[in-house]
Design a protein. Sequence first.
Lengths: 519, 345, 352
Amino acid sequence: MKQRFQGGWFLRGALMIVLILPVLVLVVSSGPDKAGAFWNSWRVFDRYALERLVTSIQLAFWITFFALGFGLIVYGGYCGLSPKTRPFLGVLALLPLSYPPFGAASAWMIFITRLEHPGEGRILWDAHGTLSRILYSVFGGGWILGLCLWPIAFLLLTMAAGPQRSQMEAAQLGMSRWSAFRKVVWPAWRMPLITAGAVIFYLGLLQFEVPSLLQLQVYPLEIFIQFTARFSDWSAFLLCLPYLLVVVPMAWGMPRAPGGLAIHAGEPPYRWQSSGLRAAALAGTALVFALSILVPLASLMRHAGSVSLMWRVTTEHAPIVIRSLLYAITAAAGVVILGTWFTSAFNTKHHPLVPACLLALFVLPGVLIGAGWLQIRSYWPGVQPDALMAATLLAAYITHTFLLGYGAGILLWGYYGIRQREFDSLLHVGAFPYVRWLLLPALWRPGLQATVLVMLVLWGDVGMTILLYPPGGDTLAVEYYNLLHYGSESRTASIGLLLLLVPALTLMVAFALTARARS
Amino acid sequence: MIRQSWISGGIAVLLFGMVLLGVQGCGGASNAVTIYTSVDRDYAEPVIAAYQEQNPELKVNAIYDSEMTKTTGLFNRLLEERRNPQADVFWNSEIVRTIQLKNEGVLEAYTSPAAQDIPDQYKDPEGYWTGFSVRARVMLINQTLVPETETPASVPAMGKDIYQGKTAGMATPQFGTTATHMAALYTLWGKERFTLIIKTIQGRGIKMFPGNASVRDAVVEGIIAYGLTDTDDSYAALEEGKPVRMAFVDQGEQEVGTLVIPNTVALIKGGPNPENGKKLIDYLLSPAVEEQLAQSRAKQIPVRDAIPRPEGVPDLSTIKTITVDYNQVAQNMEPCLELLRTIFR
Amino acid sequence: MNRNKSFPASTIRIALEGISLRRGTRAVLREVNFEVPAGQITVLFGPSGVGKTTCLRLIAGFERPSAGVVKLGEEIVSSETQWVPPRNRRVGFCFQEDALWPALTAAEHIQIPLRTFMNNRDDIHRRTEDILNSMGLAAFADRYPAQLSGGEKRRLALARALAMEPAYLLLDEPLSSVEGPMREELIRRLRECRSEDRAILAVTHQLDEALALGDRLVILSGGRVVREGQLCEVVRNPLNRDAAQLVGYRNYFSGRLENGTLISPFGHWITNSAGVEKQIRLAAFPEDFRAWPDVQGEAIIQECRPSSRVYRVQAVCSTDCFEALAETMLETGQRARLRCVNPPAVLEDRPV
């Protein structure tokens, strides 16, 4: 029955309408005027678009291959650690998510350039040498994005995979190692790997910025050409339809996902007994971390040049860093808070329409959502205050990533506990005291962690930000992305370092703050 | 409880931060002017800063962009905002997009008194935009690879000449000044001849790069022997003493000449501060700004003969330029891009 | 229903009238009727899965019945058309899982409910101390639930429920996972919660818990109430086989009521039912049956195991199985005589 916040369907419906409003406004305002134009506009689906789709699929395949591979290696290292040290690895594994993929790509491009042209620090954008040829290909794109996205595979494995120690010990009685792997270990890993693979593959299809840097002709390029070169919002939207068509069955599958992907509690996963296996797993883990964190970091630091330059760039950019952090954290907090409130209405049932809409908003390019919000904002009469511009930027961020808030809300309510909520419904207490006395103390830790993770997604946004930021309010990611296209110089590399270190530090601080002081 | 105070304090900081975000100036003040510019920030910012200094009572709001930004641009922002424009002035680093904005009804005609001495070919007959400080399309040549006696500066012949195994290069033709250059050639040659020439160039295996600056870097490093780029990128390399030289493309007798691409400035229709916008346009079109841009690292070529040019920057009258109607170029941009899309896959 | 409204103590009672609940195609509760008066602990007893916790949840307002009515006092709080929110029912609930707030100390667990109706900080502080003292938790005021033992957590959950000053206290398996002296302690404290302005309903599937805790017993089986009444009365006279089985009767046999005498193969007893003659079904506890070796005995021993100072025997007589006590060890297959040493309970055909 009704628990705290469980009513308010009207408000929730209103929120859903607000979220999908920018897309509706964009589609209605940009739709073709005449029937003839309507049928003509479908010609955007020509064979060239199909070729780019094939390239995107190839890229997504390699991304998935590498991400799952790296994720599995690190998970192997995780299983080699004692339960006490595992949480540290868990937090470190989030670091690759803190760096925008295009930043990681630029660091790898500098790295490869230096290998092939010692003494040269600029990105030379060329598939001249062997390594460059490999890098500027779908394989190279898969490598770079695999190094960025493997934490997704790792997280799903740690959340849902076993096997547990008791299962392995039972398997060891009368089973060979290979049989134990086939019959006990692999069934425990299969579902999380399949889920992670599906998520990463889909994210790979959406990739644009990294392939753009690597000069790969991918499907999203079609969308952006329609939007920025042809000024055709409608054609850009049409080209997004294949993504939306995939989203619908995914959304219908999502309510069943918690059952299909059982999150285990209690006993932690099995620790490798063989010291050789542990050593190999930990070595593999160290290698993955080196490739995904140390190589970009070292490459940028080397290219950034002197410490004094780095310091100067840091102090010059302090205002933009603070502003970028504030945008990202404020929007992320909004996403998590609103998502938590929104999902408080759902106990165990999730109507598929809700995640379907939210998935659609997540997969649509941010620029289209930003364009929709820009049109909505234009209804404000007269001069728009900077606060309004900033607010619409935050609204666009929230619209685009509300799916993450929805997921965070479900997890947070699960963490809080259904029995807790039932007991709370017996208390005659107002909404604000309820939040202050009960919800915040219980949920501020996981809530803060969720906020920081959403912040990482928003930190690297370029498309929505460029469309919506107020004068003088651009972000570090926008500045860096712009500078990249002019080649890469020491100053640019210093900014790239900031782009990496600031969210990484934020992540570390947040998880240190939320580490439990008591057992 | 102490912990609750801490949590409440955290919420207060977050709310304060949100207020900080919004308080970036008194947006809405009537004594303000907002300019959107796609000129490189390194060049545009000093110009705008100088204007702010001269007019301390005025608040000058600037939003910067890059023509190379593929994700989106100020053009989209202007189009989406047209119901209630927030910008007063648009300063573009090229011309075709400006004409497209005019065709979309985003601009308002304004003939600046400061533009009287600007040649008519750089002004819209209807007064919607005015050009100044041009860049030209050039071939940047690696001196180590290409002998002094040779100057591979022909666009149709790109890729024909290979030097020490290195070929030519250009920026992706769907964006920026390269797109404008392609559209101009399309207009000049017609669709069939243009298709033939471009396919031939592409078939020679020339290398593609994300932008003109990347082409410059590749020439400097000897990745390619020569590359099609702009004067501002080339002058930057020359100033650094790199082993390169520059040649204006297609200067031969039978050749079409190079494309000059002016900066363009226009008044936004329905902008919040039109009078302040006009004053800013007057300033941007002043000889002082042209001189400032000429003396900058970009060494943009003044359209006014009287403006002193740095060493190495030629007089426009000494360069053979493509004679083309920019309005037609703008009209042909879309079919040209569609054609390029099918060729460069 | 709110705290400010006062009720005469006699109106404090819980009543379920005709309650049915379906989940999908499965009928969880069917036409359940029982009452929980104030001043006593009523235990809702039955095997796992029969709907005991569901009854608690219906009373608290966490679920809604498919048919029937839940009344608290004179007010209908749940029905097909009416529903009063849980927070307006003055219900205190102790979950089987405790459902404590992991981020709050023991003292805060008491303060939060108090703050919903008290404003004065000193009063809140004093009342918190009183409640913690009454539950023996004063020393743990600053501890978090993770730092408490199972019994301490249970007492804290109870203290929290009592802090709400509920008119209706609902306890879900209050003694589960609590053993030894802690269990006795908890039983004592639970019984101290009885008062004339409070109706208490506890749910358990353990007979010894029900017997230790309850004043009244309501037996639930197959989603229905099969017996209801004062504890001793229900145990002594289960009236039907379902109830008898659940309260521990193991021996079922036939008898005859004749001329005021209850006659059965295992003994005769004088009754008050003079003038009634009929065949009846009887039930007895294993502790009321004795077995001893007799080569001409009617029963055959199946199993004999020691238990404390006697032996527990399973025997077959005709086709029926019986459980009895014996003073000596009996061999499997040995013949024995069975006798019922105390008057058995009379069973009726249908539940009361």
